[in-house]
Design a protein around this ligand. Sequence first.
Ligand code: ADP
Length: 546
Amino acid sequence: MDNVTEKLVQCFGYRKFKSELQERAVRAIARGVHDVYVSMPTGSGKSLCFQLPAMLQDNKVAIVFSPLLALIKDQIDHLTKLKIPAESINSKMTTKDRERVLNDLHSMKPNTRFLYVTPEQAATGTFKALTEHLVKYKKVSYMVVDEAHCVSEWGHDFRPDYLKLGDLREKFKSIPWVALTATASAEVTKDIMTNLKLLQPVAQYKTPSFRRNLYYDVVYQNCIQDEIGDLVDFLKKHLKDDDNVKPKDKSAAIIYCRTREQTEDISSMLTKRGFKSLAYHGGLKTSERISVQEQWSNGECPCVCATVSFGMGVDKATVRVVVHWGLPQNVAAYYQESGRAGRDGKPAFCRIYYCRSERNSVDFLLKSEMGRSKTPEQKQRCKNAYKSFEIMVKYCEEVKCRHKVFADYFGEEAPRCVSRCDACADERGVRRALEQHLRRAMSATLGSHGLVSHADSSDLYGEGRLGQMREAESYYGERSGDDSDSEGSRRRVAEETKSLILQEFANRKKNLEKDRNKNTDAESAKYSKCQAADSTEKKVNGLTVA
Ligand code: ADP
């Protein structure tokens, strides 16, 4: 047993590391050669990654920056239970307590092994003087930035004071720094490196996003006759009646909905169709919420239709299905929510039932919010939210490996998915479904504005499609003098129609051009269609929206 494993047992009471990655991160931090960045999902044991190495350095204190007093309290309580001296300096403590802590830290042999502070506290003169003293007498083992995503404006809880920590990193070059966060996007990771001014090369320990046991797909609501029927079939197929297992280990499902009403509606429709479900949302009384959660956790009810508030703190390993009814909020949220499936490592299924009209509403809301924002910070936040939304839309409207979308988002290499998502398992089928979805969405958009639509016609390149654009053009042209309230919405529809058609052309052209390279007779016939598409596209591009 080496000294690292010895401390794991002695100080923390664990017989082994929680994962190989945890062990590698601990050993890298213990070497103390590089700054270290750790990105692992919540619950994977990040704290131990810096706490254990700090315990290897006698008579030294690790300074930990943490965003919230509540989090600090949890960590101190946990360490205190393990009989490891941990303290905090904060604005809420009594003068007497503060003096006690400061006296200890100024002594030649401090008892304190961990000092927790908020970034705001770190900016005070008291803290600066204390750190200088500790560094001067070589009493600091590590500087640790917990919840490091707070340093990024791309993160969901950006804290401007976190930015100032970068100056401390520059000032105290001799101390190794450790930054920890839950799974972060490529942008957030980059911000953490830059804004905290971590010394390069930074040793990085990241849990890869790819989970082979999860199968991802997208179903277009407007391409199926009976959406709820389809959902019931999907649930029945993947949630087996496992009578031989303990109730709490029975298969379960979560259906995430966007609104409270939707959770109630879908849950009652599922129950009526023979699949017992319960609704869960913030509008329920606390006792009702607890009861739903319990019935689901202990296997009495296999399915919960819930808003995204459901799942935090829920640790059920046998979730076989996670469905999103409509567009998830963004890629990070989708990864996290769908990731509640298959924690036991067995096959599980994550599906989005995508609805384009809902996507349009979200688009509209986000743009309106952007229009209303006043300060540069608000504007930036809106822009970021919009960009995240666009990535999520692309996830649903592109024929691309779903796991690769996650990998790109988290800045990782493309995983070897092979057939763990619909796009890899059946690319042609997904392409066909997407085209049908777009045609129907366009048809519905035009129909709702009184336009005759040819969108469902298979003649994508001929006069039918161009005629459709002309109808749109004359419709909007006639009303170009119309300054009523609905003018903006008409313009949006016209713009959208145009962009949908162009997008369809682009996709078709790409496929045809791919086929052309195969150079068969049949394909060259298609190529002439491609040229026709080209000229139609130019005409469409030339149309102006009134
Ligand atoms: P995170 O910060 O990644 O969310 P925590 O550090 O809070 O995770 O740890 C999550 C849980 O895992 C805690 O209950 C912790 O005690 C436990 N844990 C950490 N390391 C180990 C280990 N090596 N063996 C068993 N449990 C561990």
